[in-house]
Design a protein around this ligand. Structure first.
Ligand code: ADP
Ligand code: MN
Length: 174
C-alpha cells in the first residue's frame, strides 16, 4: 500500500509570539521539516530590498511562492511566517496562529534590536489581532487553531498538541 501523504502545517502570528521556537521543537519531535520563510526570503533574495518606513523586506511573492510550491508539494513541512494571507489555502492541513500576552510580547520584542516604532507596531498588531483575522479570512475554520504562547508551559503543550494532531491525522489516512 502507498504511504499516506504527510500533511503541511502553517505556524503564523505576530513577530515574537514564538513561531520559530515552536517550529523547531515540533520539527525535532515529529521529524517534519521546518521552513523558516524569513530565512528563505533572505537566503534566496526573494525580495526587492528594505521598506525603510516599516523596516521590513519587500517580498517578491511570485518567486517565493513558486519555490515554496515545490517544497510543500510532498508534504511534511512546518511553514513559519508572520503573515499568512499570501499562501494558497490548499497548501495546509493545519494552520496555527500563536498569540501572546501583550506585556510579555513587548518584553520579547524589546529584547531584540527592534526600533521603538517597530516594537509598538507589532504590539498594536497583536492587540488588534491582525494575524488572527487574516487567518480567519484565508483558511477554513476547521483547520484553524489559535494557541496561546505566553509561557514555557504553553510552549511545551503546543509541541505536544502538534505531535498528537499529526498522529491522529496519519491514523485517519490509513
Ligand atoms: P517568532 O519566531 O514568532 O518571532 P521566536 O520563536 O523567535 O518568535 O520567539 C521570540 C522569543 O520569545 C524567544 O526568545 C523565545 O525563546 C521566546 N518565547 C517564545 N515563545 C515562548 C513561550 N511560550 N514561553 C516563553 N518564551 C517564549
Ligand atoms: Mn521567527
Amino acid at each position: 500500500m502507498a504511504q499516506p501523504r504527510l500533511p503541511n502545517i502553517l505556524i503564523t502570528g505576530t513577530p515574537g509570539t514564538g513561531k520559530t521556537t515552536l517550529s523547531e521543537l515540533a520539527s525535532l519531535k515529529t521529524g517534519m521539516e521546518h521552513i523558516n520563510v524569513t530565512d528563505l526570503v533572505k537566503a534566496r533574495g526573494f525580495h526587492s530590498g528594505l521598506d525603510t518606513e516599516f523596516d521590513t523586506l519587500i517580498l517578491d511573492e511570485d518567486l517565493l511562492l513558486d519555490e515554496m510550491e515545490i517544497m510543500v508539494q510532498p508534504g511534511g513541512k512546518i511553514v513559519d511566517f508572520h503573515t499568512c494571507g499570501i499562501f494558497p489555502e490548499r497548501w495546509f492541513d493545519l494552520v496555527i496562529v500563536l498569540t501572546t500576552d501583550n506585556t510579555t510580547l513587548y518584553d520579547r520584542l524589546a529584547a531584540r534590536d527592534y526600533s521603538a516604532k517597530k516594537i509598538q507596531e507589532n504590539v498594536d498588531c497583536e492587540i488588534m489581532q491582525v494575524v488572527l483575522d487574516e487567518a480567519r479570512e484565508s483558511y477554513k475554520n476547521d483547520i484553524l487553531v489559535n494557541l496561546d504562547s505566553s509561557t514555557p508551559d504553553q510552549m511545551e503543550q503546543n509541541v505536544l498538541r502538534i505531535a498528537q494532531w499529526l498522529e491522529s491525522y496519519m491514523a485517519g489516512r490509513q
